[in-house]
Write a protein that binds this ligand. Structure first.
Ligand code: SAM
Length: 236
């Protein structure tokens, strides 16, 4: 992958960035996403935030190689602490991390008053999608779109959230599977959950063999197995 040719995963994310938006890409190793978006004239300005020195330097080099210093600022710092309300950011991308880490970055950003509430959030968690949706729902965000895709034999979910005038509420099923993904039940969605079902059935078998008191855990696993079976069955 390079800034000329994004991976399918980042291309899906890029397609959700509003045209001409001022973007903050948090965790922007190599700044591939902002560089591609500026080169394609999709956006006019981006902050690329990085907390680790190595990826920060890689992002700086990528921006300078492309001569885009005027349009992309690389800032070193933890999560949203590099973004200020005066930056007038309209879209925030946080991609390629665990959902719990993304959630914690959003939560710290909220506590530090780094969100105006008008930004579009475009999030691509590698795992922990449910915990991330729970946070979005609790904070009054509406999940306006979702995509599930397979890229180099890995399955990824991308979710887009905004604060709208009316507040959405989600069922436990929707938080687990994704409200839009559950509606669509695409082939990739079925593949993901078929695989997850196999894993959980093994977990349940191992829990049943254990001598520890694990009733609560068994109940939780069985409930998730049931939900997945329902989600898969409803697609038949
Ligand atoms: N976003 C890119 C993508 O999706 O291809 C890079 C993903 S890379 C796996 C995750 C990056 O996030 C790393 O460069 C890491 O240093 C950075 N990161 C992790 N926690 C962060 C935080 N709290 N604030 C800023 N960057 C962070």
């Amino acid at each position: 992958m390079n800034a000329n040719e994004l991976s399918l995963r980042l291309q899906v994310v890029a397609n959700y960035v509003p045209k001409k938006a001022r973007l903050a890409d948090i965790g922007s190793d190599h700044a591939y996403l902002p560089v591609a978006l500026v080169r394609n004239e999709r956006i006019q300005y981006a902050i690329a935030g990085e907390v680790v020195q190595g990826p920060y330097e890689a992002a700086r080099k990528q921006v300078s190689k492309n001569g885009l210093e005027q349009f992309i600022e690389i800032r070193l710092g933890d999560g949203m602490e590099v973004v200020f309300l005066e930056d007038n950011i309209e879209a925030v991308t946080i991609c390629g991390m665990g959902g719990v880490l993304i959630r914690d970055i959003l939560e710290r950003g909220k506590r530090m008053h780094r969100f105006s509430g008008k930004e579009r959030l475009i999030l691509q968690p590698n795992v922990g999608e449910k915990q991330l949706r729970e946070w979005l729902a609790a904070e009054g965000y509406t999940i306006i779109a979702e995509t599930i895709l397979e890229d180099h034999h890995k399955i990824y979910e991308v979710m887009v959230a905004e604060k709208l005038d009316s507040t959405a509420s989600y069922t436990q099923h929707e938080l687990l599977f994704g409200p839009h993904l559950l509606q669509e039940r695409s082939t990739v969605f079925l593949k993901k959950w078929q695989h997850q079902l196999g894993k959980l059935e093994k977990v349940r078998a191992n829990l049943a063999k254990s001598d520890q008191q694990l009733e609560d855990k068994i109940i939780q696993v069985e409930r998730e197995i049931q939900w997945i079976k329902e989600a898969l069955d409803e697609s038949k």
